[in-house]
Design a protein around this ligand. Structure first.
Ligand code: LLP
Length: 418
């Protein structure tokens, strides 16, 4: 569910015509819907009702400060994977006691920053990391709250690049070794065991993988209890999918209905780390048609956005729906929608039947709010694009378009030394 809908022939972002925004702010342009973000966050929050829970929005999906601030106001916490994300989360007003810190490669500086900030917990992925956190905490004379990220070996049935919870992945600690790792953690003087975490992959569109993974973790919790290790936080990660094409992912409430009976009688706080399902359908990428080029058996629609602005199609062969911002009776053509980057992989759609567009017309690339801007780059020296938030009939710039000067601002001429 989102608030990008056609009214008559015109695509609207909430109550503002997308064409107006494209003309006002220029293209390529990311447009987000305030109401959609709030609605998605509320869907999670309402689903768990009075059961103790913290929704830790996964920053990596979209790190724009205005979006983070909006989520902070709704009561969101944060799932972070770097010092940079911690900085952004705190700056947006997300309280440290609602921040969980994930990732296989935390550096000493990042661990110090997180300890100083007093984050809720570190989600730890290896024995080496556990010992390093213990050491750093020791030098700071504090105790580090940790959860172990457990790999429940469940197939999330999603794209292999974004599946993380199986034995062969670099993530987490195998469920068979979990007890041993918890024993180690309990022995370390500067570590306080507080939780268990799992995250099995992204863009999951079925309920079963979530339920099966939690069931496995609950068996582990019982085993830990026998060892007198108490777990206060059960962090179930993120991963709920959205509709890009015709997927019908469950709603947060559908999952809650299945999970709540399993955990109802346990004295735990549930932590979730949704990213895509909060912001994915809350953003679109608007691009202008530059040229049409006739190729062998198909047309190339050349647009002003490139793979540097939205990498998902190139990187995962991901489907994003593309439609003209202004609809009219149009001939259908078979086309590749491509960007101006000097790579064959620079496409938004290949061999797709779409409405014929003319030069200068705008296209909307849908469901681009998650892993769009956050994975963008300035490859081919293309300045960072602008981002706009729409709220009802109003709109505001939330990230300025980069300039040519921005492209070189951080560079310095060498002054060699030895
Ligand atoms: N928690 C952890 C530990 C994660 O690794 C991730 C995503 C999330 C939460 C949030 O997952 P979500 O709810 O957004 O599915 N760039 C890829 C997705 C990579 C996901 C990485 N981890 C894409 O564009 O599809």
């Amino acid at each position: 569910m989102h608030f990008f809908q056609y009214r008559g022939n015109e695509l609207y972002a909430e109550d503002v015509p997308v064409r107006f925004l494209a003309e006002r702010y220029g293209t390529p342009l990311y447009i987000y819907s305030h109401e959609t973000i709030v609605r998605h966050f509320r869907a999670y929050d309402d689903a768990y009702g009075t059961f103790p829970h913290i929704i830790c929005y996964a920053l990596k999906a979209n790190t724009n400060g205005a979006i983070l601030k909006l989520l902070a106001q709704q009561g969101s916490g944060a799932d972070i994977v770097s010092g940079g994300e911690l900085f952004r989360a705190l700056k947006a007003g997300i309280p440290a006691e609602k921040i969980v810190y994930a990732g296989v490669g935390k550096t000493e500086d990042e661990i110090r920053f997180a300890l100083r900030s007093r984050v809720l917990m570190f989600n730890v992925e290896s024995a080496d990391e556990l010992r390093e956190i213990d050491r750093v905490a020791g030098t700071m004379k504090v105790k580090a709250p940790i959860a172990l990220r457990i790999n429940p070996d469940i197939d999330p049935q999603t794209h292999p690049y974004i599946s993380t919870g199986m034995k062969e992945h670099k993530f987490g600690i195998s469920v068979d070794d979990a007890i041993e790792y918890y024993r180690l953690a309990a022995r370390l003087r500067n570590i306080e065991v507080v939780g268990v975490q799992k995250h099995i992959g992204s863009q999951i569109t079925k309920i079963a993988p979530f339920v099966d993974a939690v069931k496995r973790i609950l068996i582990l919790l019982d085993a830990l209890k026998k060892q007198k290790i108490t777990i206060r936080y059960l962090d179930i990660g993120g991963g709920l999918g959205i509709t890009y094409q015709s997927e019908k992912p469950p709603a947060p409430a559908d999952i809650a209905k299945r999970l709540l009976p399993l955990i109802m009688d346990r004295n735990i706080t549930l932590v979730m780390e949704p990213g895509r399902s909060i912001v994915g359908n809350a953003g679109i990428l608007v691009t202008r048609t530059l040229y049409l080029k006739q190729g062998a058996g198909k047309t190339f629609v050349i647009v002003d956005a490139g793979m540097n602005d939205l990498m998902r199609p190139s990187l995962y062969d991901a489907y994003h729906h593309i439609s003209p911002v202004v609809k009219k009776k149009r001939e259908q053509i078979r086309a590749d929608v491509v960007g101006p980057i000097c790579e064959s992989g620079d496409f938004f759609a290949r061999g797709r039947t779409i409405d014929r567009v003319n030069r200068g017309e705008y296209l909307a690339v849908m469901s681009a709010g998650a892993y769009g801007m956050s994975m963008s780059s300035t490859y081919n020296s293309r300045p960072r694009l602008a981002e706009v938030m729409v709220k009802g009939e109003t709109h505001a710039l939330i990230s300025k378009r980069g300039s040519y000067e921005d492209l070189v601002r951080h560079e310095v001429m060498p002054r060699y030394s030895r």
